[in-house]
Design a binder for this molecule. Structure first.
Ligand code: SME
Length: 152
């Protein structure tokens, strides 16, 4: 993917986010767009912060997962929520605190989503490749998170 490709996809995300439809429908389309547009994004989904230190699965594109509710601190998603940090795991077999969705998944990036400085959810992306995530992915996904934060 070139920078121009990622800029084009970011513009499509912005258009979907600001377009018509219910927030959940827009987030669903954004998951599908990301999964279909970036070859190493094999599962793309949102987790929403709900209740006391818990993440609940929202719209996603890819195989169904059993991890519908995740406590803060559990797995890569829960660690990212607890520490309020981006987590990039280039080889999930080397991560002890990991919740497996499918044996095909080899790597994962989790982006916290903030609204007015408060954690409201996460964008979670799984890949079937080892070490596919670059600084460009991270910057691109930070932009995506800024664009969609008001929908969570
Ligand atoms: N692997 C994640 C769980 C969510 S699934 O990837 C969809 C984790 O360790 O938190």
């Amino acid at each position: 993917m070139t920078d121009a490709d990622l800029s084009r996809i970011a513009a499509q995300v912005r258009a979907l986010a600001r377009g018509s439809g219910a927030p959940e429908e827009k987030l669903q389309k954004i998951c599908e767009l990301l999964r279909d547009s970036v070859p190493h994004y094999d599962w793309v989904g949102f987790y929403l912060v709900r209740g006391s230190e818990e993440l609940v699965l929202g719209p996603f594109a890819g195989a169904p997962t059993e991890h519908v509710r995740i406590k803060f601190g559990q797995g890569i998603c829960g660690q990212a929520a607890e520490r309020l940090e981006v987590f990039v795991v280039q080889d999930v077999s080397k991560e002890d605190n990991y919740l497996s969705c499918s044996p095909e998944v080899r790597s994962e990036i989790v982006m916290p989503v903030f609204r007015d400085g408060v954690l409201v959810g996460e964008l979670d992306i799984d890949s079937h490749s080892i070490a596919p995530f670059t600084q460009e992915d991270r910057e691109f996904l930070e932009e995506v998170c800024r664009e969609i934060a008001f929908l969570l």
